[in-house]
Design a protein around this ligand. Structure first.
Ligand code: FES
Ligand SMILES: [Fe+2]
Length: 392
């Protein structure tokens, strides 16, 4: 068998590729198209199943302009509905989270009541109009898919696939991390003044790492070279046998996890392979709403919601084995490191956003290292094209 051609393993772009048009990041109509073609059709992670631990627990999340009520019903199943009454469209739940006081959802306006499965069970009018059948007026249901402890919703009329099938093809499977059993140790939320796509573009390249992430670039030496992996370097073959982290990826010598000093907590995930431990960080991405990173001692998730053409909500969570949290460890070594990286990314995303309205800047151009960003653009373009082809 002949050896594979070494240049065939090179990851970088080998053709000229423009970015999306600048207006895709601020124009209101294009934002609406993102909502219609992507956010209202795909699986969107909204919380952990553990956030709805008990029957009657609920959360209200807003995806674009759509308020979604996610709850655990009296049988223990997680369900989602538009947070809207079928009578004259009032909002149903007014708080963003809590526990329902009864096994019925009662509209605050004229008290139509619904079961937690969404059936209309009570209409308090003295009489009903001819032809009115309560069975015709259930809550508007929203698709739910629970993947390994993460709750996703889907606003499409007939949701396709599942949260599992929506992971990016380059994602690691994270099967050796016990995701469904992890507990939340810390939550960090912030609003970024940028379009949601700017966040993902930044996530998909490390050209910015040497300039933007000083400490991360020390922890992950290959990032300090502006690269994400060995084969991002056109000259990778010259260093093919060099196992130093600056060429092979992984953490600097002596470091084991993403923390200020590189040291992990006492309890580490027992099921990881040597390669998963050596990798330092293992990513899975589910567009448009979330990514997960597995480390040797904890897992971090980041989820997004679009708030407007130039505003995006970010929620990061640090997840740990319950035994870890039971020992009440000081999480600051870990959390402050991750927060600093997120803050650096958010700040540079906002700076990127600010430049995009220059009238002559119709589009930018990608460098070879931005191959994953190009893949993201292809995904966005395909979603828009599919939306137009289907006649919306
Ligand atoms: S709008 Fe809900 S009962 Fe009237
Ligand atoms: Fe970054």
């Amino acid at each position: 068998m002949s050896e594979p051609r070494r240049d065939a393993l090179y990851n970088g772009l080998t053709s000229f590729q423009p970015t999306l048009p600048s207006s895709a990041y601020w124009n209101a109509e294009e934002y609406q198209r993102d909502l219609d073609a992507i956010w209202y059709r795909g699986w969107v992670m909204v919380c952990r199943a553990a956030d709805l631990a008990q029957p009657l627990d609920y959360r209200v999340v807003t995806v674009g302009t759509q308020e979604v009520l996610v709850l655990r019903d009296d049988r223990g199943d997680i369900r989602a509905f538009h947070n809207t009454c079928r009578h004259r469209g009032s909002q149903l739940c007014r708080e963003s989270e809590g526990r329902l006081k009864a096994r019925l959802l009662t509209c605050p306006y004229h008290a139509w009541s619904y079961s937690l499965r969404g059936d209309l069970v009570r209409v308090p009018s003295k009489s009903l109009p001819p032809g009115f059948d309560r069975a015709d007026y259930p809550l508007y249901s929203v698709g739910v898919s629970v993947w390994r402890g993460f709750v996703f919703v889907n606003l499409a009329p007939s949701p396709q696939g599942s949260a599992a099938s929506a992971f990016d093809e380059a994602s690691a499977d994270l099967g050796n991390w016990p995701l469904e059993d992890l507990a939340t140790g810390h939550v960090y939320s912030k609003v970024m003044n940028c379009n949601w796509k700017i966040f993902w573009e930044n996530f998909n390249e490390c050209l910015h790492c040497p300039g933007v992430h000083k400490h991360l670039s020390e922890l992950v030496p290959i990032y300090g070279r502006g690269l994400m992996a060995r084969h991002d370097d056109p000259d990778w073959a010259l260093h093919a046998d060099n196992d130093e982290p600056r060429f092979s990826g992984g953490l600097r010598t002596g470091a084991q996890t993403w923390s200020r000093d590189g040291q992990p907590l006492a309890i580490r995930f027992p099921g990881l392979t040597d390669a998963e431990q050596a990798a330092g960080q293992t990513y899975a991405m589910n567009l448009p709403s979330m990514f997960i990173v597995g480390h040797v001692d904890y897992v971090r998730t980041v989820r997004l919601l679009p708030l407007g053409p130039e505003r995006t909500q970010l929620v990061a969570e640090w997840l740990f084995p319950a035994e870890t949290l039971a020992g009440r460890p000081d999480l600051d070594n870990i959390v402050s490191f991750g927060k600093a990286v997120l803050d650096e990314d958010a700040a540079i995303c906002e700076i990127n956003q600010k430049g995009l309205r220059a009238r002559p800047h119709l589009a930018g151009v990608l460098m070879p290292e931005e191959y994953d960003l190009h893949r993201f653009h292809r995904w966005v373009r395909a979603a828009h094209a599919g939306y137009i082809e289907r006649g919306r």
